[in-house]
Design a protein around this ligand. Sequence first.
Ligand SMILES: C[S@@+](CC[C@H](N)C(=O)[O-])C[C@H]1O[C@@H](n2cnc3c(N)ncnc32)[C@H](O)[C@@H]1O
Length: 354
Amino acid sequence: MKKKLKKDFNEIKKKLHQLSKIIQKEKNTEELIIIKVIVLTYLTVSVEPIFQGNLKNIKKDLLEKINETILIFNTLKIFKKFSKGNSEINLLKNEKFLNLHTNLWQQIWPEHSFKEYERLVEYRGKRLDYNRIRKEFQNKEVIEFGCGNGSILTALMKRGAKNCLGLDFGKKNILAAKKFSQKYKFGNKMKFLCADILNYKNKKKYDFIVCSAVLHHLKNKELMKKMITKFSNISKNGSYLYLFVRGFGGMRYEIQDICVKCFKKVKTGVLFNHLMYLGFNREKITHLLDWFKAIYLQTKPEYLEKIFRQNGFTKFKRLRGPHKNDLDINQIKKHENSYIAFGSGELRYLCKFN
Ligand SMILES: C[S@@+](CC[C@H](N)C(=O)[O-])C[C@H]1O[C@@H](n2cnc3c(N)ncnc32)[C@H](O)[C@@H]1O
């Protein structure tokens, strides 16, 4: 069975790479960037219901959407005829890996309105409730590495954490996190610090360490390993680590990776403006910009679990996802074709240090 799944996966991957080549072959002139945004947005949103469905006909369904995307791109390419000029606009030349990520999240995270932020906090909190994680952080000291606008910490504080410290290298993220935390009136119990987590040094030990959607954006696996060692150094016996990184394999990740390739040279601000013109709401724009620009490492569960053990996190469990689009272990086990769709799925763990 695994052989058949692999064969199907490779067939879809081949078609996807054909699409990627067709798109990358065309210059990034003003009108072509708009067309690229439209078609890759179309691909992204039109495959979502497939991934959230029963996956029975995943190969046929995905091939159909990729073929449609090729057709739309080739059809809209006719606009080229009316181009003002043939020159490429606003292109990035060798954007540094670190700059890309430092700037990207500052452009997409701090912009939430308070209402949107509250929705995000509830979304984060639902996962804690669903996995019955509460006593692990209640009345405990929490630290988060790469906290963004602090929505996970707010969800933890609302559920009874004693105090928390959030670290992020994005100045705007930290400002936004501070602004939102004031609204909740947690006062001094919630602190945020602008810092690069790779250089951050601290001797204080914490009860609950959070690192969510950050380590897969580091440059390589060695740095990921180093960070997990850092987490163990600030753990006490019985402390918990709440970690999320992207998993390995799966068409969903493949689709994102080709979007990133196609927009490699296009500035985030340009994509942002086009998505605004299309009238998308904040949540969708945040999702699409992350999808189009963020670079991800892929990690196998076995690899991560080995690193946990090596660093004293001997008890760990993969968390379950309450949301339709979570790709956690419960969703992955749903259908054999999940292998094609999601590979190993997202790696969300709660680990105990002892
Ligand atoms: C995808 S966001 C996740 C934010 C938050 N953890 C959450 O799940 O809502 C990744 C965050 O990690 C931060 N980040 C990435 N690398 C970092 C580093 N080396 N030092 C500090 N922050 C970093 C980014 O600025 C960004 O806010």
